[in-house]
Design a binder for this molecule. Structure first.
Ligand code: FRU
Length: 490
């Protein structure tokens, strides 16, 4: 279906009760609704926003267009949780209401200050010629989850040298000073990030651009984030316009990080290593991190990408968020591991300890549509081994290790209903290791695979038939393997 501008920019109250009821009905009848991931009740979800801990709970907002599976007029939707696992829908948090956010309450972040949660976001507007004018706006949430917008933007213009692609502020605090980085496009149409500082979250000073080695690296950097771990600085961002290279950058847009010395806010520079992708799967974008009350750094991403159609579109909804991941640094590498709280979803457990000898094997009760599974392979002499899951007569999703090339391979060629095949159906990632562990989170229409304790992650949507539930283990030589699987509560 083609959506006109008028249809995309409708507000939720422009839809009749009946329209919403019907929309909910088609969404409900979708065979790909998730069982333990955050997903929209109707319409389209994209970036996680305002991820924070406030008043004894985790708060996670997301970009939302309620009325269909398209990027229309965006709201912030509010979810909250005591344990990062069970999320409660708390309703619309910020809606577009005025001339500073008339065409969408775009992405941003949150920080606690003096007993309130401050939400800094980009107000997206378009003028009569459809020219974009972004504003950075502030809203404040009290302990009863009531949110009030400031009447005027806190950053009302784009600094000289940058275009109207200027959005997605991410706030953090150092000492008594607040900082915010914003994704920007230079006038020569290359992407970068700029820094602002503030003592009160209301008055912001433009500090300038953060100088990196990436002078010409795509045409726009969306959704930046900055964090420090183990005395290293990590700048996360989503560059658009990067060409595929080797096994890298096959998704429509990228999401990754540069790591190195801490950001030098006097010299406005970051000395860093090469850009690394955060995720090696097909569907991952716009991640955001927060610091939990126990000091853990936790990341959540959007399990989707802009400008791509998905099979759930015909059921009136699109996308979900990833499970939360804890970040750490090990051997100079950023490691991502599923948060331990997810263990509370575990139900019935099954174990196997076997040798695979030139064969593909199935085991009783190793099947399903929503489960967690850890499988460890110790290779003796095979050049390829791995797992087929969500498998049936015609369908299978495959995660395997190619020991000749030393690559982990995710293949969704036969996963079910195709998605964005023009960007390829196989993803590969170099990993030199003697033993391989796949820690998998499978839900009705997704998989997140943490390889070797989070050295690499493959995140993807898949759209198989409900009957495709088999799990098969294979090796073309001799491989020792152990697997533990837990059913997940639906
Ligand atoms: C990234 C993004 C952001 C923007 C938001 C709008 O997916 O394009 O740059 O703020 O989505 O929904």
């Amino acid at each position: 279906m083609l959506w006109t501008k008028e249809q995309r920019y409708r507000r939720i109250e422009d839809a009749s009760q009946e329209e919403i009821r019907n929309l909910k009905k088609v969404v409900k009848s979708c065979r790909w609704r998730q069982s333990y991931h955050i997903q929209p009740e109707t319409g389209l979800l994209n970036d996680p926003n305002g991820f924070s801990y406030f008043n004894g709970e985790y708060h996670l907002f997301y970009q939302w267009f309620p009325l269909g599976p398209v990027h229309g007029l965006k709201y912030w939707y509010h979810t909250k949780s005591k344990d990062l696992v069970h999320w409660e829908n708390a309703g619309i948090a910020i809606e577009p209401t005025n001339q500073y956010d008339s065409h969408g309450v775009y992405s941003g972040s949150a920080i606690e200050h003096e007993g309130r949660l401050y939400l800094l976001y980009t107000g997206n507007t378009r003028d009569e010629n459809w020219v974009r004018h972004p504003y950075q706006c502030l809203a404040v949430m009290n302990e009863r989850d009531e949110i009030k917008k400031l009447e005027t933007p806190v950053i009302a213009s784009v600094p000289n040298g940058y275009t109207d692609h200027f959005r997605d502020p991410k706030i953090w605090k150092e000492g008594s000073l607040f900082h915010a980085i914003i994704g920007a496009q230079r006038e020569n149409e290359t992407g970068c990030v700029v820094l602002y500082s503030s003592t009160d979250l209301v008055n912001w000073n433009f500090k300038g651009e953060i100088n990196t080695n990436l002078k010409e690296f795509g045409y726009m950097w969306e959704c930046p984030d900055y964090l420090e771990l183990d005395n290293q600085g990590i700048l996360i961002f989503c560059p658009q316009g990067i060409k595929p290279e080797g096994d890298h950058f096959y998704n429509i847009y990228q999401s990754g990080y540069i790591m190195g010395d801490k950001m030098d806010k006097n010299k406005m520079t970051m000395v860093h290593d090469a850009f690394q992708e955060l995720d090696r799967g097909f569907d991952f974008y716009a991640p955001q991190t927060m610091t939990g009350p126990d000091g853990r750094r936790i990341l959540v991403g959007w399990m989707g990408l802009p400008d791509i159609e998905y099979p759930t579109d015909k059921n009136g909804w699109a996308h979900c968020l990833t499970v939360p991941r804890e970040l750490s640094i090990w051997n100079g590498k950023l490691i991502q591991q599923p948060v331990k709280e997810l263990e509370s979803l575990r139900r019935k457990r099954q174990d196997i300890n076997e040798v695979l000898d030139h064969e593909t094997k199935v085991f009783d009760e190793f099947s399903g549509t929503a489960f967690e599974m850890i499988c460890k392979f110790v290779n003796f002499d095979s050049s390829e081994f791995g797992v087929e899951f969500r498998a049936g007569e015609k369908e299978k999703t495959v995660i395997k290790y190619d020991a000749m090339e030393k690559k982990v391979v995710l293949d969704r060629t036969f996963s079910g209903e195709p998605v964005a095949e023009e960007y390829g159906t196989v993803r590969k990632c170099y990993l030199d290791a003697q033993s391989i562990e796949f820690h998998m989170y499978v839900d009705t229409s997704s998989v997140e695979i943490f390889v070797n304790n989070g050295e690499e992650v493959f995140t993807s949507r898949i759209f198989p038939e409900i009957q495709s539930q088999e799990i098969r283990f294979f090796s073309n030589g001799k491989t020792l393997f152990q697997a533990t699987k837990w059913d997940y509560k639906g």
